[in-house]
Ligand binder design. Structure first.
Ligand code: GAP
Length: 514
C-alpha cells in the first residue's frame, strides 16, 4: 500500500472511531482546524500528561505555568514575530494555488531521499546478511550522487533564505523544474514574505480598540513571567518553566491533517542557564528529549536529528527531532539554544531588567535559554499513524489494530460479559466499579465477543477482560492482551496488580535514560 493510502487510512480511522473530526464538520469543515472526539481527547490528555510528568513532576528544577493566550502587543514586537515571523510564499499563476517556497524545495529533497531509500532496500535484498549499510551509502555512486544533490540544494536554500534573497529561492525552484503539485504547471510568481500571526482586537468600540495577536508560540508567556516565577518560587539557575497551551499560525500550506494546523497546541519548556553553558545544555536536552520519545517504544529507527542550517533570529544552535510520519521524516520537536535574545529584547522594549544574580559567579546577568518545543497534535499524529496497523492473522482473517503505547491508550481496560444474562453483567459491572478509579475502563456487552475484541483493537485498548460462567464459580476471568492476542486465566483479585505492572506511568517513565 502506498504512503498516501496509508495516510488516508489514518485520517479515516481517526474520524470513524472518534479520535479527530474536521472542525465545524456539518458546515464542511474549516481548513486546517480540527476537533478531538471522545477517544482523541483521552489520547491527547494522556500524551500531555506523559510530557508534563516527565518534565515538571520528575525534575525538581522545572516548574509549570499557564500564561494567557492574549498578550500585550509589544510582546510580539520584542520577540521579533512582527518583523520576522514570515514564510516565503509563491503562487502558481495557472492553478492559482499558493505554496511555501521552502516546502516545495524540501519536498523535492524528500524525493531524492526516497530514491536513496529505494537503492538501499534493493541492495539489502541483493546482499542479504553481508550488506553493510554504512559502506553502501558512502560508496554507491547513485546514492552518493543523490545525497550530494540533496545537500547542495539544501545549502543553497538555507543561504538564500538567510540572506532574504527571495529571487534566488525562485530561481532555485525554476532550475529544479519544480511543478505545481496540483496542475503540473511551472508558471510561478515571485516569492514574497507572509506574516503568520493572526490579528484580533481588544475593546468595545472600533475607535479605541487595541490590536492584538493570537500567540504564535507559548514561549513568550514564559519569558515575560521569568522574574515572577524566579522570585516567587525562589528558583536558582539553572531552572526551567514548562507550559502547554494553544498557539495559532496562519499557515500558508495547511495540509497533512493535524501535522500543520492553524490552531494547535504546544508543549514547551524554557530552561534558564548561565551564559556560556548553552552548548552543554543543548546537548543534554537533545539527548533527554530523544530518550523521552524512545521510552514509548515506537522504534529507534523512526527518529532522527536534523540540525538546522538556517537559524531563527533568536538562536545560536537548533535541531529538530524528526519522526517517520506516513509522508516521510518530518519535524516533531525542536530543541533551540535561544541565547539571551528574548529576555534581552523584552528588557529593552519593556524598560525593565530581567536579570538574575548568580551567587556562585557573584554577578548579575540576563540568562541564556535552552528551549524544548513539541507540538501536541503532531505528537498525537506520530503516535496514531505509527500505531495503526493492518494485520494478517493465522486463520486467514485480518484485523485492524491500533498498537498504541499502553500508557497512552484512551481506554486501558474493556470489561466484556460473555452473555447479557445469568449474572455475568453484574460481575462485569463490579469489575468496572473496582478498576475505574485507577484506569479508564469501559463496559461492552454488545455483539459476539470476537467482534468486541476487534472493536477494542481498533480503539487501541490494550487489555480486555472477559467474564464467563466459570467466573461466577471461581472468580477467574480471561485477560486478553491486544498486541499478542494472548489470553490467560487470572483471578479477579490479581487483576489490578497485573494491570498495574503494564500500565503504571512510573514503569514507562523509569525507562527514561539520563
Ligand atoms: N517556541 C518555538 C517554536 O514555536 P517551532 O519549531 O515553530 O518553534 C515547535 O514549533 C513545534 O510546534 C514544532 O516542532 C511542531 O511540533 C509544532 N508546530 C509548529 N507549527 C505547527 C502547526 N502549524 N501545526 C501543528 N504543530 C505545529
Amino acid at each position: 500500500m502506498s504512503e498516501t493510502d496509508n495516510f488516508k487510512k489514518v485520517i479515516a480511522h481517526a474520524k470513524e472511531y472518534g479520535f479527530v473530526f474536521p472542525s465545524s464538520d456539518i458546515y464542511d469543515g474549516l481548513s486546517a482546524v480540527y476537533d478531538y472526539g471522545q477517544q482523541g481527547v483521552l489520547l491527547k490528555n494522556n500524551i500531555r500528561n506523559y510530557w508534563w510528568k516527565s518534565m515538571v513532576q520528575l525534575n525538581e528544577n522545572i516548574v509549570g505555568l499557564d500564561a494567557a493566550i492574549f498578550m500585550h502587543p509589544m510582546t510580539w514586537k520584542a520577540s521579533g514575530h512582527v518583523d520576522a515571523f514570515n514564510d516565503p510564499l509563491i503562487d502558481n499563476k495557472d492553478s492559482k494555488k499558493r505554496y511555501r517556497a521552502d516546502v516545495l524545495i524540501e519536498d523535492y529533497i524528500a524525493k531524492l531521499e526516497v530514491k536513496i531509500e529505494k537503492e538501499i532496500t534493493k541492495a539489502t535484498k541483493r546482499f542479504g546478511d553481508a550488506f553493510d549499510r554504512k559502506q553502501f551509502i558512502s560508496t554507491n555512486p547513485r546514492v552518493v550522487g543523490y545525497q550530494e544533490k540533496a545537500n547542495a540544494i539544501s545549502a543553497r536554500m538555507a543561504k538564500s533564505l538567510e540572506a532574504e534573497d527571495l529571487a534566488d529561492v525562485k530561481a532555485l525552484i525554476e532550475e529544479l523544474e519544480i511543478a505545481c503539485p496540483f496542475s503540473g504547471s511551472k508558471n510561478w510568481t515571485d516569492v514574497k514574505q507572509f506574516n503568520l500571526m493572526f490579528g484580533t482586537k481588544l475593546g468595545a468600540s472600533a475607535d479605541n480598540a487595541t490590536d492584538l495577536y493570537l500567540r504564535p508560540e507559548t514561549a513568550q508567556g514564559i519569558f515575560v513571567n521569568f522574574l515572577n516565577v524566579q522570585k516567587s518560587g525562589r528558583m536558582k539557575i539553572p531552572f526551567g518553566i514548562a507550559q502547554t497551551g494553544k498557539a495559532f499560525r496562519n499557515e500558508i500550506v495547511a495540509r497533512q491533517f493535524i501535522f500543520r494546523m492553524r490552531e494547535f497546541e504546544q508543549m514547551e519548556m524554557q530552561f534558564f542557564i548561565p551564559p556560556g553553558t548553552q552548548k552543554e545544555w543543548y546537548d543534554h536536552w537533545k539527548k533527554t528529549r530523544l530518550n523521552w520519545h524512545l521510552s514509548l517504544g515506537m522504534g529507534e529507527e523512526n527518529y532522527r536529528y536534523h540540525d538546522h542550517e538556517k537559524l531563527a533570529h533568536y538562536a545560536d544552535a537548533a535541531c529538530d527531532i524528526e519522526f517517520k510520519f506516513p509522508f516521510g521524516f518530518k519535524e516533531l520537536e525542536g530543541i533551540h539554544s535561544r541565547t539571551n535574545f528574548d529576555l534581552g529584547s523584552h528588557e529593552k522594549h519593556a524598560g525593565k531588567k530581567l536579570q538574575y544574580f548568580d551567587q556562585e559567579r557573584n554577578e548579575s546577568y540576563t540568562p541564556y535559554v535552552l528551549e524544548t518545543s513539541i507540538g501536541l497534535d503532531r505528537m498525537f499524529l506520530a503516535v496514531l499513524s505509527h500505531s495503526l496497523q493492518e494485520e494478517q492473522l493465522e486463520d486467514g482473517n485480518s484485523r485492524t489494530v491500533l498498537r498504541l503505547p499502553a500508557v497512552l491508550a484512551p481506554t486501558k481496560v474493556a470489561i466484556l460479559p460473555l452473555v447479557k444474562k445469568d449474572g455475568l453483567p453484574d460481575l462485569a459491572r463490579d469489575l468496572v466499579a473496582c478498576l475505574k478509579w485507577d484506569y479508564s475502563t469501559t463496559y461492552d456487552a454488545k455483539d459476539a465477543v470476537g467482534r468486541r475484541y476487534r472493536r477494542q483493537d481498533s480503539l487501541g485498548t490494550p487489555y480486555c477482560v472477559t467474564v464467563d460462567h466459570q467466573s461466577l464459580k471461581d472468580q477467574t476471568v480471561t485477560l486478553r492482551e491486544r498486541d499478542s492476542m494472548e489470553q490467560i486465566r487470572v483471578t479477579t483479585k490479581e487483576l489490578p496488580q497485573l494491570l498495574e505492572a503494564k500500565l503504571n506511568l512510573k514503569n514507562w517513565l523509569t525507562n527514561l535514560k539520563d
